[in-house]
Design a binder for this molecule. Structure first.
Ligand SMILES: Cc1cc2nc3c(=O)[nH]c(=O)nc-3n(C[C@H](O)[C@H](O)[C@H](O)COP(=O)(O)O)c2cc1C
Length: 300
């Protein structure tokens, strides 16, 4: 028997079922029920079958939303219990599952656009974690399940002030208050802590195709910039909770409230990152109003 000791020990066992939304290769979205999820601080560990469409999607497009249905949605979950988004249906599933490409519709659930990731959230689910897959690894767990199951780690990025605004019990960052320096208004003067150093280039309001989002609209640009910062952090296995410093470059200092509003959806406002804000003559394109770079120290 294999014995796995994990650190930190499990903080929360999870809910009986989650709905994972992921992106298919043709740009449509898949939805799958699963129950084997454990939250370890800000990392969610998913016990996910390796032969499903969800696992296939995550191998190629490592973004997802972990949606937590309330008990009254049990019938919606049941409606897709016998479906897979995988075509053809894997041999091991052929006796129990049939292919269904439109699982949101089949479940009677509503996809709504996510803020940080491409797969949509499930509107009816009261709790949704927009997440990036930081490690997907097939692990034989003979004492628990068949050998083709995967132990998959998912880094939660958070939304609506999500995990980043929850106190992270694993955070090793500290925010010492320097003597003789007037307190910052909504930022920390000093942030320090151990970990892997992550430097993120100045992000601007571009979408995945390099098209500018929110021309003339500082709120929309700030939102998109933070979404891009979230994607960059996830690529390094980090989250906004690991950010120690943000540098804001704006073409008009009057955009700072918009920047702050977008920032506060992602960071812990009780222990905010250090920051610098400067007005600049212009950014890389005349339509770009805001550029933000970040520095983080992520868990090893
Ligand atoms: C309540 C419930 C819990 C489930 N839990 C898991 C699970 O923990 N891990 C898993 O791999 N599949 C689980 N499944 C099965 C998947 O939903 C099923 O394999 C489905 O076909 C996956 O869809 P996909 O192939 O489109 O990704 C569960 C299904 C239900 C209805």
């Amino acid at each position: 028997m294999t014995h796995l000791t994990i650190e930190p020990s499990i903080l929360y066992v999870g809910t009986p079922v989650e709905l994972l939304s992921t992106e298919n290769s043709d740009g449509t979205f898949n939805l799958a029920a699963m129950s084997s999820a454990w939250a370890l601080g800000e990392v969610v560990v998913l016990g996910l079958g390796d032969n499903g469409q969800t696992a296939e999607n995550l191998r190629h497009r490592p973004e997802l939303v972990i949606n937590f249905p309330a008990p009254d949605l049990w019938e919606n979950v049941e409606r897709i219990a016998g479906f897979t988004g995988r075509d053809p249906v894997p041999a091991a599933k052929q006796d129990r599952f049939r292919y269904e490409p439109a699982k949101f519709e089949a479940a009677g659930l509503t996809p709504i656009q996510s803020e940080l990731v491409r797969p949509p959230r499930v509107a009816e689910c009261p709790l949704q974690f927009e997440a990036g897959c930081v490690r997907g690894q097939a692990v034989p767990l003979p004492q628990v399940r068949s050998a083709d199951n995967a132990l998959v780690r998912r880094e939660v990025l958070g939304k609506d002030g999500g995990p980043a605004s929850w106190r992270n019990p694993l955070s090793k960052l500290s925010h010492p208050k320097p003597e003789g320096v007037a307190p910052g208004n909504g930022y920390s003067h000093v942030v320090t802590g151990p970990g892997r150093w992550v430097a993120i280039a100045g992000q601007v309001s571009l979408d995945a195709d390099g098209e500018l989002v929110g021309e003339g609209d500082p709120e929309a640009q700030a939102k998109q910039v933070f979404a891009n910062l979230g994607r960059c952090l996830a690529a390094a296995g980090a989250t906004f909770a690991d950010v120690v410093k943000l540098n804001f470059y704006v073409t008009d200092i009057a955009f700072l409230p918009a920047v702050r509003t977008a920032r506060d959806k992602h960071i812990d406002t009780t222990n905010p990152p250090a920051s610098t804000a400067v007005q600049v003559v212009s950014l890389f394109r005349p339509e770009a109003l805001i550029e933000i770079e970040a520095y983080a120290v992520a868990a090893d």
